[in-house]
Design a protein around this ligand. Structure first.
Ligand code: PXG
Length: 287
């Protein structure tokens, strides 16, 4: 495996960063998770736009242009000769001292690109659907750490994942600070109710897979609405599914012990999974 580390390629064993890097000390940085299918990088521009927006808000100046970053992602895929891959782009504040003041980080921000594989959930769950639960840990308040930022600080999502794992589940639904459904630990959430596709309006990451699901629904003449959702609405949905780059699209069939409709993956969800496969196999930046 060849890993892009600040402009050079190194082996997995040699891919090391300083213990004084604020990405390590404080989670001070940004990241993206991207997939390629069939030697095409899916929605690369959208991932780059989101990465640069996160960095802009964090006031981290990425030491390369978006075009150079796109080229580095493509080059990393070629270096590793992967037809299908999960690509992790990481930008760290860089090396500073033990204080959190970012002004002490004198060097350039760090840029790391890893191309590998990822499987989030067992294959069987994509066919039969997943049982998930709501957890006590809430998603960040927008005025604390905006969930729109894909920062290196994922501790509240990790706590939520631990709560679900402790109870024997693979995934957690997190609420926002007002008690509305926000998203899962690494996925956006959708329901279908009376033929309308519903998904949380705020308090969640603006997922790139989420955007694609909304586009696909509209092209199927399914009405979509971004709104406020409660647990009650999830329990009584006709269909429920999650979306994410790593997770792709996965049906949800039980939430907090309540079956979703008949407890089987919904018809629209299954159609969407088929359409998702078609689009991802043919769209994207070739390499
Ligand atoms: N919400 C959150 C909080 C995410 O981190 C998504 C939604 C889906 O967004 P995209 O743009 O990918 O459709 C994500 C991204 C993991 C893992 O191991 C998941 C993500 C990122 C990193 C790791 O579960 N999902």
């Amino acid at each position: 495996m060849k890993i892009y580390l600040n402009g050079t390629y190194v082996s997995k064993e040699d891919a090391k960063i300083s213990v004084f890097d604020h990405g390590f000390l404080y989670g001070d940085g940004a990241f993206e998770g991207i997939r390629s299918y069939n030697r095409r990088v899916f929605r690369l521009q959208a991932h780059m736009d989101r990465l640069y927006e996160t960095a802009h808000t964090l006031m981290i100046e990425i030491p390369m242009t978006k075009e150079q970053m796109i080229q580095a992602v493509v080059d990393t895929l070629n270096q590793n000769n992967l037809d299908d891959a999960y690509i992790r782009v990481i930008v760290t504040r860089g090396v500073g001292d033990l204080g959190l003041d970012p002004r002490k980080c004198h060097g350039k921000p760090g840029v790391i690109i890893i191309a590998d594989k990822i499987t989030l959930y067992p294959e069987e769950l994509y066919r039969n659907g997943m049982a998930i639960m709501t957890v006590p840990t809430v998603r960040n308040h927008s005025e604390a750490l905006n969930p729109q930022l894909k920062s290196l600080n994922y501790l509240n999502n990790i706590l939520a994942k631990i709560e679900a794992n402790n109870a024997g589940f693979n995934e957690a639904i997190m609420m926002d600070t007002q008690g509305y459904v926000a998203e899962c630990t690494g996925d956006n959430i959708f329901i279908i109710k009376n033929g309308v596709l519903l998904t949380p309006l705020t308090g969640r990451l603006k997922g790139i897979t989420r955007d694609m699901v909304l586009e696909l629904a509209e092209s199927n003449d399914v009405k979509t609405r971004e709104t406020f959702l409660t647990r009650h609405e999830i329990y009584n949905a006709d269909e429920c599914f999650l979306s994410g780059t790593a997770a792709e699209i996965i049906p949800v069939v039980k939430v907090d012990g309540r079956l979703i409709a008949d407890g089987k993956p919904g018809r629209f969800t299954q159609k969407l999974i088929q359409q998702f496969k078609k689009v991802t196999a043919s769209d994207g930046v070739p390499y």
